[in-house]
Write a protein that binds this ligand. Structure first.
Ligand code: UTP
Length: 235
């Protein structure tokens, strides 16, 4: 699969690839920065929306363990974890990134001249995938690239069934049937159901790709063949 160069590339970066259970992956972040810088020099602009990763899950689990909380409380904890990761990434890109992290996708800075804009969680009820879709719509982008540590969408969970098959292309109705329509704080799905509903209605394409394999991400950004799953309109 190949994609064409986009005026602005919206990336939804799973917090679990920046800051997994084992701690902040500085080697990955360094490589990711270097790779994006190379593409920035070729004229790319990036909007990077960052997830909450292990911190979101750990804090949500601790809060649940200590007392009874509402779903909104749990989401707010997750939102603040996404913002911490977003500030980390903004600092990593320093002068290449707009100095303010976008927390509300309906309000994008007017004077955004830097090649990188970093976004984070907004409100309870969905994940940062939804923020990425809202930003893509607002910026007129046709695509969101969702980066995780998984190579493809599979017919089943490959951890549970090793015979699960990778899916290279799928349409929105079939994908939405797979992820369902319900939102749960901290939920782990290939692309959030609320974001999927909006992306489907907006005729956006979503690419699911493994962001930890930087040579694959490089191929994707270079217009070369890469591996991953394309979700889009039915043909
Ligand atoms: P994400 O689910 O986006 O981060 O946000 P993640 O951990 O990186 O997920 P993956 O790796 O992309 O799957 C973490 C949590 O923050 C809350 C939700 O509870 C979500 O599960 N959140 C995030 C919101 O409630 N609203 C937002 O706009 C963003």
């Amino acid at each position: 699969m190949k994609i064409e160069k986009q005026p602005v590339m919206v990336l939804s970066v799973g917090g679990s690839i920046l800051a997994p259970q084992s701690g902040i992956d500085t080697a990955f972040i360094k490589g990711f920065k270097k790779l994006l810088e190379r593409h920035i020099h070729r004229g790319w602009k990036f909007v990077i929306v960052v997830g909450g990763g292990a911190a979101a899950r750990q804090y949500q689990a601790a809060a649940k363990d200590i007392g009874s909380l509402t779903r909104d409380d749990l989401d707010w904890i997750g939102i603040h974890a996404t913002r911490l990761n977003a500030h980390l990434l903004r600092t990593v890109f320093r002068r290449l990134a707009h100095p303010v992290v976008v927390k509300d996708p309906t309000r994008i800075p007017k004077k955004w001249k830097e090649p990188v804009l970093v976004g984070a969680g907004w409100k309870p009820g969905w994940s940062t995938d939804y923020v990425a879709v809202r930003l893509a719509k607002r910026l007129g982008a046709r695509m969101v690239v969702n980066l995780s540590n998984v190579d493809y969408l599979y017919t089943e969970d490959p951890k549970k069934n090793p015979a699960a098959e990778p899916i290279c292309e799928i349409d929105w109705p079939k994908f939405r049937k797979m992820v369902g329509s319900k939102w749960d704080p901290g939920m782990n799905v290939p692309f959030d159901p609320v974001a999927s509903k909006l992306a489907h209605a907006s005729k956006l394409q979503v690419v699911l790709a493994n962001g930890t394999k930087l040579e694959n991400l490089d191929a994707l950004l270079s217009g070369r063949k890469f591996f991953g799953t394309m979700i889009g309109e039915s043909k």
